[in-house]
Design a protein around this ligand. Sequence first.
Ligand code: BTN
Length: 247
Amino acid sequence: MRPQGWIPASCWLGVVSSTQEAARGWVAAGGQVPALIAADWQSQGRGRWGRPWVAPAGKALLFTLATEWPPWPVWWLLGSAVAWAETLEAATGLPVRVKWPNDLLLEGRKVGGGLLEEAKAPSGQRIALLGWGINVNLRREDFPAEWRSQATSLQEATGRPWSREALLEDFLGRLYPIFLKVQRGERESLRRAWLERSETVGRWVRVRLGSQEWEGEAVDLSPEGALILATSQGAFPLPAGEVLSLP
Ligand code: BTN
């Protein structure tokens, strides 16, 4: 991996439990940030809501970027999704959309997902651990059976393999201006960029949060990054949740 000026520490490991945990360890040991840890394989990769994130060795791009905790952390996740959409679209020429809050869709299927967690440096400083898993060279049979109908990879969509390193490098270049905006709290321009790529806003959706579910039209994204849902009981912001269907 070629060094990026704005990320002074980076490494690409063979096997880790999760790049989130490897980055947490780095931060706990007093390592500098921004720092990036990528890996070929994770024995305990995880997605949102504690779900497993599974990918065969060497086929997916799996990494965590540790940075200072930004003023509006949700915009770090949403903004990085926009940077990924730009990266994958520039590479493949195919449209890539973002599904609130953390999915990347290629031809309507999930090609990647992001995860934001918090860690603490020994100084007490709050650190953001932004993890992304991108399905680069997976084949249909590489996906767990229950994911197959909803997931895709770059290779599957384009019929050719892709360099994970080159994609990561392009992504990090596109991410830097977004990183600066997130650190400065420039939410409105981040919001506009996200809305331009949104697969969710303007759709009829079902959203689940814990044991609750709502159905309605996703009408907007608030300055706080919450999805505004218009239901029969009125419109309200959902700060978190899982969009279940986009009929
Ligand atoms: C999701 O869509 O649920 C988020 C998936 C995030 C997966 C990535 S892979 C690299 C990093 N390490 C992990 O254990 N998870 C994230």
